[in-house]
Design a protein around this ligand. Structure first.
Ligand code: GRF
Length: 189
């Protein structure tokens, strides 16, 4: 049986689309078993529907705690026999419930060369700092925000001061690097 991926996203979902299309084309030898989204109404939900990927969409506010909604997510992942969880713009810190259940099986993509510029405004912070070499990092997820061990990084030069342009340049790299890195990890699982 092919390896099963779960992709978590909160927004647009261009990384989700890149991963799902790579799976459908056989570039990644796995299936996206489920897309998990914490924002009802996010664009990524329509992308999942278009690509025929099942979505688990939830409202954190409807649960008494992070542990409670993560317990629901774990049930979904277990039912799908998920081998690897890929966070792709999931704007939430992963809690103990999910980290314990999927220990060593959760990765994230971040739009900076970690450990520089952690957090939700990495690109804007880097531009404000006057950075000349930007980059993308894929790392294992632990309890610390953007803190786990680095798996892959790719840098690119940019001398301007337009965060939108950095996002645009970075996303082209993200889509390639995420597919390549998932493939490498799946070979080792
Ligand atoms: C990406 O820039 C990723 O690095 C960050 O969130 C963004 C998600 O973009 N973690 P998209 O929704 O996949 O287009």
């Amino acid at each position: 049986m092919k390896k099963q991926l779960a992709v978590f996203a909160s927004g647009t979902g261009t990384n989700f689309v890149a991963i799902a299309k790579a799976c459908a084309a056989g570039v990644i030898d796995a299936d996206v078993a489920v897309m998990v989204c914490d924002k009802p109404g996010a664009a990524v939900i329509d992308r999942a529907r278009e690509l025929g990927v099942e979505a688990f969409v939830f409202s954190p506010r409807e649960y008494p705690s992070k542990a409670a909604f993560e317990a629901e997510i774990v049930k979904v992942l277990d039912a799908k026999k998920v081998d690897l969880v890929c966070l792709a713009g999931y704007m939430r810190i992963v809690g103990d419930t999910l980290l314990t259940a999927y220990d060593g099986k959760i990765i994230n993509i971040h739009p900076s060369l970690l450990p520089s510029f952690k957090g939700a405004h990495a690109v804007e912070d880097a531009v404000a700092y006057g950075v000349k070499v930007y980059g993308i990092t894929i790392h294992w997820v632990n309890a610390e925000l953007d803190g786990g061990k680095i798996i892959a990084q790719r840098a690119f030069p940019y001398e301007g001061s337009d965060p939108a342009e950095v996002h645009r340049l970075g996303q082209v790299i993200e889509h390639q690097l995420y597919v390549e890195t998932i493939n490498k990890i799946l070979c080792e699982l």
